[in-house]
Design a protein around this ligand. Sequence first.
Ligand code: KG4
Ligand code: ZN
Length: 342
Amino acid sequence: MEQSYITLGIETSCDETAAAVYSSTQKLLSSITYSQIALHKKQGGVVPEIASRAQLEKINEILSQALAQAHVSLADVAVIAVTHKPGLPGSLLVGVCFAKAAVWSLGKKLIGIDHLEGHIFSPFLENTPEFPHICLSASGGHTALYYVEDFGKYTLLGHTIDDAAGEAFDKIAKLMNLGYPGGPIMEILAQKAHFIDYFRYPRAHTQGLDFSFSGLKTAILYDLVKRNAYDLKTKQFLSSDNQELIMQVASSLHVCVADIFAHKIKSALAVYPQAKAVTFVGGVACNQYITSALKKMVQATGRSFYFPSKEYCTDNAAMIAFVGNYKAQQEKYSDWTLDILR
Ligand code: KG4
Ligand code: ZN
């Protein structure tokens, strides 16, 4: 019999401060996310020192909001689930120390959660993907494929050997002075160029089920140099007034990334033909062009395709609370030795 209790999820692995409340009987009761994007925009990427300080400033307020939205008090919470890896050390420490202090002073149970496991099970916040399934997880920090057999039971099939897919969007956007984060900005531009593959960038065919995106960035850089749109010596983008070119780069990049993903998912399905579904998670799964291209491809194989709503694609605490809830059912608690990054 499933036990009924309330889990508080805390996520502070990078540049989002998030808290969520999950009831084992009533499901997700609240999810609050504070994004630091505005703080990092000027630098064109996340600055770890700024990120950890902002975590410390925000965590109390975000936690209070999550409890208030769920109409519960800390006294009602039985389990505190907190992301302890991977991520920026200074940011992770804020969440883990906060969770440990609350657990110690209030007599709760503690569970350390792997952020990537949170992403893998994020589709379950809104849907019930069938087991076993293949999961493609793509964000600014990671890109990986998993074979998922049950709650907490999954195998890594392959991952990026260099940059993450979201990082490729961010770096290529930065190359053209488009701002941060690059993904959503590029998607709007690509749409204006109708997602046509103008420049046919190379589809890096890495071994097996691994990914590589750094070569794609270099290929685009040299293609821009060839078009006299980028000066390698001064590291300057020379075509800021050429909207058409920028839109065509964004458009070609979208088709290329969708192709790479589709190819890798097909390869994974060839190895695991028993997979009943495919899920697509992480920040890059906010991309409507890529999700619809993958959906079409996966459904053509007779399988179902799932991806979370945007708020659960990007970093959030709801997925951490969800994983915390099933780990509590499985009695997989952490002890006082819980540390970051291990
Ligand atoms: O999961 P997430 O919030 O944080 C990490 O764990 O990294 O993902 C952020 C990443 C960024 O690289 C961002 O450019 C990318 O997800 N992203 C997108 C889109 N929205 C966010 N990439 C492509 N298309 C989008 N619409
Ligand atoms: Zn993430």
